[in-house]
Write a protein that binds this ligand. Structure first.
Ligand code: ADP
Length: 469
């Protein structure tokens, strides 16, 4: 159980990030300590050498200008002043016979013997040797031949320097454990902070998975990329939620609107079956049933067309279409209806206005708009159809002097199966405008409406034009 939890934690991004952060922190601290150590030891060595060199120069000057006595005096003075760490000074003749020797207390006879044979070179050299009784005691020497051929060696214990670097190493070792712990804790904290947005996303998706569609990712509004992601994600959720709600509402409407014709169809069939109907009545009942089922079929086919046009799967047979001819033909079809209602239909379409579109679908769009205008305009009214080219677009307007649409219902008229309250007395399925919009969008166009109740409505369709002028 414990092992399984540990295994799970080990696989988390948070744990891996913590490991990376802390490793990086510890490595950086190690490098920093290492560099400081190198700098400190090389600085201490340089300082030591400067001191030894200066004593060497002093001894050389004293011996060469004032002789052996002056050298002895200088060495004794130095011994007196620097009791803590006296110098080793040896002056040898041309054959390396010792002419003068001053050896610090604590250095053994063996040291003196070894130092006698210390590398005698023409060039100045630095030599580091182990001297004295302590295991870590070392000294550094400078050796140089003087102008009279004698050989001068000056050396000094480097115990003090070693002491500093050793102490530094000890501090480093004792500080490293807290540094590692601090690194790990800092890493864990940073990983926790860095992964907070991811946890917010996971929580939101978890809520949605459990059915709470209204869950959203909290936005920190720092103006960073995570903010952009959270805002985009929330917008996407908003869209999905409204689409789901729309689909639910559409499904409810379809079920509701199908129930009426299907109940009527069922009722007609039942009643006829129960009655002792003769052949004429049976024929009439069958005709009623056929009409009702045709209504249902029309509704289902139109719903399918709308869906296909909306999701881009509608097969459009694109061809060059003369818009003025299309509108004229369509108006001709509705002439009788217009005359029956005593409605004046005026058409003004620019000549040579061509579209590249699916002829039948666009005719259906125009027919739906004209059909609505005729349906919702009282007798004696007027309908005006205008089509013009504006830039790259054909702008087609259907304006009537009909009942109009109240402003609060304007956004709803494009919904599937929506019918205005005042319009229920007219024939219709509430799918005409949904199809208009879906087909126009499928042609990369758009459609707008303006309406004033009791004054009239104006529908404007924008479609990409093919201009041959
Ligand atoms: P319907 O079958 O009801 O005509 P539509 O989708 O074509 O369905 O139109 C939806 C609703 O928009 C109509 O019920 C009506 O209330 C309103 N409408 C559409 N066109 C007009 C118009 N020209 N004048 C007034 N109202 C209209």
């Amino acid at each position: 159980m414990y092992l399984r939890t540990l295994n799970r934690v080990r696989k988390t991004v948070g744990f891996r990030l913590t490991l990376w952060y802390s490793s990086l922190f510890i490595l950086t601290s190690l490098i920093l300590f290492g560099l400081t150590y190198l700098f400190l030891s090389s600085y201490a060595e340089q300082k030591d050498r400067e001191i030894i060199r200066s004593e060497f120069e002093e001894c050389a000057v004293q011996y060469q200008t004032k002789g052996m006595e002056a050298l002895e005096k200088e060495v004794n003075l130095e011994k007196y002043v620097n009791k803590e760490s006296p110098y080793y000074v040896r002056l040898a003749g041309k054959q390396n016979e010792t002419l003068f020797l001053s050896i610090p207390d604590g250095w053994t006879k063996t040291d003196a013997e070894r130092l006698k044979n210390l590398n005698i070179q023409e060039n100045k050299t630095w030599t580091e040797l182990k001297v004295g009784k302590g295991a870590a005691d070392t000294a550094e020497f400078i050796s140089e031949r003087l102008s009279d051929g004698s050989f001068l060696q000056v050396g000094k214990n480097t115990e003090y320097r070693k002491d500093i670097t050793e102490r530094f190493k000890r501090i480093f070792a004792s500080v490293m454990i807290p540094v590692a712990l601090l690194g790990f804790a800092g890493g864990a904290f940073l990983a926790f902070r860095a992964l907070r947005p991811i946890r917010d996303f996971i929580n939101t998706v978890r809520f949605i998975d459990r059915g709470t569609m209204s869950a959203r990712v909290p936005v920190a509004y720092n103006g960073d990329e995570l903010d952009d992601l959270a805002i985009l994600f929330n917008n996407m959720l908003e869209r999905i939620e409204s689409l789901i709600n729309g689909m639910r509402a559409a499904l409810d409407n379809v079920a509701h609107d199908l129930r009426t014709p299907l109940t009527r169809l069922h009722g007609t069939a039942e009643l006829t079956l129960q009655s002792e109907a003769d052949a004429d009545l049976l024929r009439e009942a069958l005709m009623d049933c056929a009409e009702e089922s045709q209504n249902v079929l029309t509704m289902l086919n139109t719903l399918m067309d709308i869906s296909e046009a909306e999701n881009g799967t509608m097969a459009l047979k694109m061809e060059e279409v003369d818009l003025s001819k299309l509108i004229e033909d369509m108006v001709e079809l509705y002439r009788c209806v217009a005359e029956d209602k005593n409605i004046l239909v005026r058409v003004s379409v620019s000549e040579k206005l061509y579209l590249v579109c699916d002829h039948n679908r666009i005719r259906q769009v125009m027919a739906n708009l004209l059909d609505n205008a005729l349906k919702y305009t009282p007798a004696g009214g007027k309908i005006e159809i205008k089509a013009d080219l504006k830039g790259q677009q054909a702008v087609i307007v259907f304006e009537d002097t009909g009942q109009g649409i109240p402003a609060e219902y304007l956004p709803k008229i494009w919904d599937r199966l929506y019918r205005g309250d005042k319009s229920r007395s007219q024939r219709g399925l509430g799918l005409g405008l949904s199809l208009v919009r879906a087909v126009v969008y499928a042609h990369q166009g758009s459609v707008e409406v303006e309406s004033v109740p009791d004054k009239g409505s104006k529908f404007t369709v924008f479609l990409p034009a093919k201009n041959f002028a």
